[in-house]
Design a protein around this ligand. Sequence first.
Ligand code: AMP
Length: 289
Amino acid sequence: STIAALRGVLEEHRGAGRTIGFVPTMGFLHPGHASLMDAARAENDVVVTSIFVNPLQFGPSEDLDSYPRDLTGDAALAEEAGVDLLFVPSATEMYPDEVRTTVHVSGVSEPLEGRTRPTHFDGVATVVTKLFAIVGPCRAYFGEKDFQQLAVVRQMVRDLSLPVEVVGCATIRDADGLALSSRNAYLTPEERAAAPAVHAALQAGRRAIEGGATSPDEVQRAIAAVIEAEPLGELDYAAVVDAASFEVPDPLRGSLRLLVAARFGKARLIDNLGVEVGPALASREAQGP
Ligand code: AMP
């Protein structure tokens, strides 16, 4: 739970030439988190997971106080996944003084999540920088589930020449398509039954592109329509962007990402899906279905 204690152990591992893999989380762990730990376990000598509900990345009206917590369950899941060290600092351990230094990543952090949650990505970039400085990982694992966050972290690591390899991991879903998320715990049974509309909306967007749509507006409407048809869902945004720059190509081409955010009761759910248009799609079609 202290920075000094963790550093002490990790210095020994580094001194012995061991590689360190790092999985930062906010806890209430589920198989999506476990998939990141599995990847870290396979590629590193020592695996560190952090559990820290970072106040800096929550807006004033967001769910910082109600964010679900279960340290006992988390420890069991992490142990099962082969994690060596679980770092669980308090807020005062991480931020003993007023925070005067923050990290801002312009561009990719600004649309979508950045628009709805204006201070969110500064909080993420700052805590990830700080955790990297504490852990000193060779590799760090992030889920594609939070695709814009992954893009922000990649940009930051490139811009600041941080000595860490960022590894993106595929989204783990329930059988009905709902992406696993700690915030799914907020869903009532009725909302849970309706929530697969989020993934269905993205698939509708992908079908529109595969059916020949090249207008971002048309694809955005195809995604939005599925959420709007679901009485328990309230759309925040639906978008199609270039997967690297987060700019909107018009006409649509290249490596695209479809993204959606919607509220189901108390839960704000986000999800995304990749689609290739152009040479990549053409070669896939050439290979048959
Ligand atoms: P969180 O605890 O929500 O901050 O997430 C910690 C890490 O786990 C982030 O890199 C997330 O993108 C990743 N993650 C969360 N849910 C999933 C999922 N369903 N599949 C894959 N990775 C996930």
